[in-house]
Design a binder for this molecule. Structure first.
Ligand code: ADP
Ligand code: MG
Length: 320
């Protein structure tokens, strides 16, 4: 039976997987758990994937955090790699987990589409104000003395996190291009399921004719939005661990936002309804996508992805 989405036809959809596609709160951080969680994720997604032109993107917070720790604690015996290389390692690791998990579901469900994992670079502007104002904490916690040593020795920017200790902070610039876009489009045209832009992509800056890795991190929701615009997707779907955005989130009178017009959502954002480290970037990403001509953007849970595409779940943002 053919599953039909919104427009009763095949859609090009960028599906951004949140951290819960690989780990749930309280899960031990093991390879096997991530493989199991990813398999569950594809059990929720295989119909959407087989009946639409889907591109998958994903976060990398816990994975890159772990790689940074490994870097740190083994630095006396193995040379630490720069942050952007740790990002590439996380793309490879998560790419492996997703590919193995997808193949399990593919064989079990008789899906013919093949997954192709693409190491992806996101171009950032060297003049982006984020480079002068690092804001994203990464890696382990340090004492004040350790933190000032890192600042001296490695030139890190560091910041105290209330009650938890000191951390390295890095810039989070805005991605302006996705370098592998043509490869992604070619794979789509050939019927593949591309997995790309992991962790927002590896940040690179251009110098004349070359690109260089930048020690920064890119927000995965924003990068997914940029990718969706660049490849002309009709829908951007952000899948997380809540069934959409809420007003007064966390209070007894919290209110689920269902179908919402762009201008209305911008008004909610202007009132400061969405936390900057979690729902805020998703709201910014969906607003940006619809502003740039996207037909609809959706924020919902992984479990409800299928109903979401039918317009029956989640926060659905449409043009005015
Ligand atoms: P992901 O890994 O999917 O990016 P995040 O933790 O960054 O997940 O974002 C999802 C979280 O955002 C939810 O678990 C929820 O607790 C939180 N959140 C903050 N503000 C809101 C809001 N206004 N509506 C819904 N969820 C919110
Ligand atoms: Mg997030």
């Amino acid at each position: 039976m053919l599953f039909l989405s919104f427009g009763d036809s095949m859609e090009r959809i960028v599906v951004a997987l949140g951290g819960n596609a690989l780990l749930h709160k309280g899960d031990p951080f093991s390879f096997e758990i991530q493989l199991d969680r990813a398999t569950q994720a594809f059990e929720n997604l295989y119909r959407l994937i087989s009946e639409n032109e889907v591109v998958i993107t994903h976060g990398n917070g816990p994975q890159v955090g772990n790689i940074l720790l490994q870097n740190e604690y083994s630095s006396k015996v193995a040379n630490p790699m720069p942050l952007h290389s740790c990002g590439s390692m996380s793309q490879g690791l998560i790419g492996e987990v997703l590919t193995l998990a997808y193949d399990r579901v593919k064989f079990a469900r008789g899906v013919s589409k093949e997954m192709a994992m693409i190491l992806t670079r996101s171009v950032v502007n060297e003049a982006d104000p984020a480079f002068k104002n690092p804001s994203k904490p990464v890696g382990s916690f340090y004492t004040e003395a350790e933190a000032s040593r890192m600042k001296e020795e490695r030139g890190w920017a560091v910041r105290e996190e209330q009650g938890k200790g000191w951390r390295r902070i890095v810039p989070s610039p805005v991605p302006v291009d996705i370098l592998e876009k043509s490869a992604i489009l070619a794979l789509l045209a050939d019927g593949f399921l591309p997995v790309c832009t992991g962790g927002g992509g590896i940040p690179v800056v251009r110098h004349e004719t070359s690109y260089f890795g930048a020690d920064a991190v890119i927000d995965k929701d924003l990068a997914s939005s940029v990718l969706a615009t660049i490849i002309g997707a009709g829908s951007l779907m952000i899948l997380t661990d809540v069934d959409g955005a809420y007003l007064n989130y966390g209070s007894p009178d919290q209110q689920h936002i269902g179908k919402v017009k762009l201008s209305e959502l911008k008004e909610f954002r202007g009132r400061g309804e969405f936390s900057s480290g979690s729902m805020g970037p998703k709201i910014d990403a969906v607003i940006r996508f619809v502003e740039k001509g996207g037909k609809r953007a959706l924020i919902t849970s992984l479990e409800n992805a299928h109903q979401g595409m039918k317009g029956q779940s989640g926060t659905i943002v449409v043009p005015d």
